[in-house]
Design a protein around this ligand. Structure first.
Ligand code: UT7
Length: 329
């Protein structure tokens, strides 16, 4: 079945006000600004206020995307929130967002694909709109990772931050841009190298293990690093090839924002100049599913690419999961 083309009609993002700098982290764990900057590229990250939930950040990003897309919340037909830090295990964070937006007509659900979630959501929404099941969709990547961080573990607490990014998708009209190609993948044999082990049904938090920080992110950084470079490079090449583009046709690459060394390695392997690769992780750290969504919004609004130009988004995360999208903007 051939699917109707789908365009991104608007984007939005939201970052909480509170900035946590590397200098402040030096006072919390045994680390230095020098180590964090040279190993990751991160200088600061945002931390949600107490009482500010993933759904609140998602809603704020969503409102900006809807405004730019000129679509009213009441006309939305689908809301997908990608998150690993939902407000509650159930119902889905997307349900809170639907209520906040008063988007009464929209079906709403979450997907859990870690840092790759926003592009997984894009793939789903694109196919549902393309097949005619819905006429538009709001997709959001939103995370309150500060609530799932072990603030005593220097290996992880320096890496993550909070925030949300959103996009509104609808059928592409004549002369508009469209999503050219998408690629998503999973390797479930490697669940152990990046996960939150506790808090699910396999290991509920009990009185006996409550102090063990089991509901915090745990990662074998070096393993994840290697996989991230390989999977993101392969996924990006696949969507570029499938779209009939070459690296010269790409105005901007928007990669997952986890580590500047990973981003540089990918730019190198894709043979793309560093100035064509968008980076904002120095300001926000790794915001998991929100990262590529925030980056897409910031890059678009700051004029890094224009309507009619081609961009490539590419992500990697726990699962392991990975995804890429080539988009004519
Ligand atoms: O978003 C999902 C995908 N996630 C990623 O893509 C993350 C991928 N991994 C990474 O970005 C990097 O592996 C990290 C930034 C997490 C770590 O960098 P690394 O160069 O792989 O360092 P390492 O984990 O091998 O640690 C090197 C040393 C260790 O000390 P020893 O064993 O050599 O004495 C660590 O204990 O650095 C030490 N270390 C720190 N030192 C100061 C680890 N964290 C810190 C810290 N401050 N915050």
């Amino acid at each position: 079945m051939s699917l109707a083309p789908v365009t991104i009609a608007g984007t939005g993002s939201y970052l909480p006000e509170r900035i946590l700098t590397n200098a402040e982290l030096e006072k919390i764990v045994d680390t230095t600004d020098e180590w964090i900057t040279s190993r990751t590229g991160i200088k600061e990250r945002r931390i949600a206020a107490e009482g500010e939930f993933t759904s609140d950040m998602a809603t704020k990003a969503a409102k900006k995307a809807l405004e730019q897309a000129k679509i009213k919340a009441e006309d939305l037909e689908l809301i997908i929130v990608a998150t690993i830090t939902p407000d509650t295990l159930t119902p889905a964070t997307a349900c809170y967002v639907q209520d906040n937006l008063e988007a009464r007509k929209a079906i709403a659900f979450d997907i859990s694909a870690a840092c790759s979630g926003f592009l997984y959501a894009m793939e789903l929404a694109k196919n549902m709109i393309g097949a005619g099941s819905v006429s538009n969709a709001l997709i959001v990547g939103a995370e309150k990772l500060s609530a799932f961080t072990n603030w005593e573990d220097r290996n992880t607490c320096v890496l993550f931050g909070d925030g949300a990014g959103a996009a509104v998708l609808r059928k592409s009209e004549e002369g508009e841009g469209r999503i050219l190609a998408t690629e998503i993948g999973t390797d479930g044999a490697q669940t152990s190298i990046l996960n939150i082990p506790g808090g699910g049904s396999a290991m509920p938090i009990t009185e006996a293990n409550a102090g063990d920080k089991l509901s915090s992110l745990s990662m074998l950084g070096k393993e994840v690093f290697k996989q991230a470079v390989r999977r993101m490079k392969d996924a990006a090449i696949k969507v570029v090839d499938e779209s009939g583009l070459t690296s010269e046709d790409i105005a901007q690459v928007i990669p997952h924002q986890a580590n500047l060394r990973i981003i540089d390695a990918i730019a190198d392997r894709l043979d793309i100049d560093n100035d064509k690769v968008f980076v904002n992780l120095h300001k926000y750290g790794n915001t998991s599913a929100a990262a590529v969504a925030i980056a897409l919004d910031e890059a678009a609004r700051s004029g890094k690419f224009k309507r009619g130009e081609n961009i490539v988004c590419v992500v990697f995360g726990a699962g392991l999961t990975w995804a890429a999208a080539a988009i004519e903007w």
